[in-house]
Design a protein around this ligand. Structure first.
Ligand SMILES: Cc1cc2nc3c(=O)[nH]c(=O)nc-3n(C[C@H](O)[C@H](O)[C@H](O)COP(=O)(O)OP(=O)(O)OC[C@H]3O[C@@H](n4cnc5c(N)ncnc54)[C@H](O)[C@@H]3O)c2cc1C
Length: 381
């Protein structure tokens, strides 16, 4: 384990705990979860028991009250598992969906849902993307209209991680379609089983097979007023705010994947023989891998720095956008080379690298595509 100025003893202990959990519980079983199309709920409960689902959440609900760097440790170590689908199942719950509640929930909502989120008894999902609006969040069409003490939701959502298996959904809907200068979006807490809430089929994907991804629909779905999150019309700002954490986490996950892929490839090329020596003896191979090692190290320092800025409460939208843009592309570049140097074996389903190549592709698209991140940087320079 490398030393870093950004991490203290508590972070290091956390890293050791997660690494042990991943080696004992994830690596031997991940193949089964891949074929089943989901990570079992029992795995999240085990992580809940270890205190891994509430790293940043208040102690009064069972959380550990740690900082953004602890989240980076979690995401990096889950990325190292080589099962991106498992990693994203957990990270959507801990760092993309449930933060909406912690940041904006009222006392009633926090007390009702937080304990279950932290133990893993209540799985969460966040539903923003729609068939006609992904990068352009302001363009969503799901609408909510007031009817007495309820809001009535109509519309649909697309590509929702944990969509099939979640218990609680954070749903973005338009509450004021005429609002000038504001997208008029509000976030709603929606429990599975609410009449009019339809969970569609699990979508088949290129990668992330151990994560379930679903389409959702709302057909006159009645949500009680007490399930409005924050104030009416504040949802767009909440989504943009939460995107910062989401993007640090996705960057750290990508880095964990890239680091592990390089380790696997170094082991492989140091053993595999061709033309009278091991592959590592070929200058072209060891130089390319050294170049990628340097790039991953640069990505790590950028990610740690952005997380540190975030932990200090400083404005870091530019740095976070850099993390997402850089790491999302880098993991793909690294995996391309790792697969290349594994030769035919890297194309075979039983090699971890083959799965990691497929899992990596979404990192440049989901949670803010590279082009969107570059626009965020451009606006600030
Ligand atoms: C496996 C998976 C899991 C997901 N999980 C969730 C989830 O849990 N919750 C959720 O809400 N969403 C989720 N998403 C949605 C994901 O965040 C979106 O797919 C992503 O934001 C891109 O939106 P889009 O697919 O509508 O692409 P579009 O917005 O249609 O963009 C298509 C492409 O065009 C380019 N592009 C777009 N805008 C610009 C621009 N302004 N300038 C230059 N190029 C541009 C980008 O390359 C982009 O990839 C998930 C998606 C997948 C595939």
């Amino acid at each position: 384990m490398q030393k870093s100025i950004y991490f203290n003893e508590e972070h290091d202990m956390l890293r050791t705990l997660i690494r042990k959990f991943v080696e004992a519980k994830v690596v031997p079983n991940g193949h089964v979860w891949e074929s089943e199309g989901m990570t079992p709920r029992s795995v999240l409960k085990q992580m809940g028991k270890l205190g891994l689902l509430g790293l940043r959440y208040p102690e009064k609900y069972g959380g550990a009250n740690l900082d953004t760097l602890a989240t980076v440790v979690l995401a990096e170590e889950l990325g190292r598992s080589t099962f991106g689908g498992f990693a994203i199942t957990v990270l959507v719950h801990t760092d993309m969906a449930s933060p909406h509640l912690v940041n904006a929930g009222n006392k009633y909502q926090l007390e009702r849902y937080m304990p279950g989120i932290i133990t893993g008894d209540l799985i969460t999902a966040v539903a923003v993307t729609e068939p006609d609006a992904g990068s352009d969040v302001a363009g969503i069409r799901t609408r909510a209209t007031k009817d007495g003490d309820h809001w009535v939701l109509n519309g649909s959502k697309m590509y929702i991680t944990n969509g099939v298996h979640a218990d609680l959904y954070f749903v973005a809907a338009k509450t004021d379609r005429g609002a000038k200068g504001s997208p008029g979006i509000t976030m709603f807490l929606l429990e599975k089983g609410t009449p009019g809430f339809i969970v569609g089929r699990a979508l088949e994907k290129m990668g992330w097979h151990s994560s379930d991804t679903a389409e959702l629909a709302f057909d006159n779905c009645r949500v009680p007023e007490e399930n409005v999150l924050d104030e009416i019309g504040r949802g767009f700002y909440a989504i943009m705010n939460n995107f910062q954490n989401e993007r640090i986490v996705l960057g750290a996950q990508a880095l964990g994947e890239a680091q592990k892929a390089l380790e696997l490839t170094l082991n492989y090329v140091k053993q595999r023989e061709a033309f009278g020596g091991v592959l590592w003896a070929k200058q072209a191979i060891r130089q390319r891998l050294s170049q990628r090692l340097a790039e991953v190290e640069a990505g790590r320092q950028l990610t740690y720095h952005a997380a540190w800025l975030d932990a200090q409460g400083m404005d870091c939208v530019k740095e976070v956008s850099m993390v997402k843009a850089y790491c999302g592309e880098l993991v793909n570049k690294v995996l391309y080379d790792c697969q290349q140097f594994h030769g035919g074996f890297g194309y075979i389903r039983e090699s971890a690298i083959e799965r990691m190549v497929r899992d990596a592709r979404i990192q440049a698209i989901g949670g803010g595509a590279t082009e969107i991140m570059l626009e965020e940087i451009a606006k600030r320079v």
